[in-house]
Design a protein. Structure first.
Length: 161
């Protein structure tokens, strides 16, 4: 599901149109299609990731204000106690943003800002994105061997003193 603002964003950052992005998906839904299968808890899913998640959509999810299919599907995921992951990338944050993140966390959702994992020594933007995606997939029990996992620092504390 790509919101209208998401389409703007994808065009600005990737020069990709809605159709090109939807073609990458097994299933694509329009955010205005409030009667889509994922609007009902009876339709089985593992959960949902909102990436990136705007502060507007965060607010909608935090307050169960389901005025489009993105916020309705997230609402369904929360009420069915399934996995919901939001990837906000706004910074800095105002108090409303922080309170909405707390509210989503209290309902069982996971706030997962795509913060760069510098410890993985990324060489490119693609490395940064791939790391965040792999860490989110971990939350759904989908594990990839491509993820550079932390194995502990080599040496002893004395080596670094
Ligand atoms: C190019 C672009 C980048 C944006 N980046 C962000 C962002 O990182 N975080 C955010 O909260 N809003 C961002 N916005 C603003 C949201 O897109 C805007 O609040 C929109 O109404 C969100 O709607 P949606 O959640 O339905 O997609 C951005 C807008 C544009 C056009």
């Amino acid at each position: 599901m790509l919101s209208d603002a998401g389409v703007l964003n994808a065009w600005h950052e990737l020069k990709m149109k809605r159709k090109a992005i939807e073609a990458l998906a097994a299933h694509a839904y329009h955010p205005k299609d409030i009667a889509a299968a994922i609007a009902s808890g009876s339709f089985r899913t593992e959960g949902m990731v909102i990436a990136p998640c705007s502060m507007k959509t965060l607010a909608a999810v935090a307050h169960a204000h389901a005025d489009d299919l993105v916020s309705r599907a997230a609402d369904v995921v929360l009420k069915e106690r399934r996995r919901l992951v939001l990837m906000p990338r706004e910074t800095p944050l105002n108090l409303a943003h922080l309170r909405n993140m707390v509210a989503v966390t209290e309902m069982g959702g996971i706030i997962f800002p795509p913060v760069p994992a510098f410890y993985a020594a990324p060489k490119s933007l693609d490395d940064l994105v791939a790391h965040s995606v792999a860490r989110v997939l971990d939350l759904f029990g989908v594990h990839t061997a491509k993820l550079k996992r932390w194995q502990g620092l080599k040496g002893t504390p004395a080596d670094r003193d």
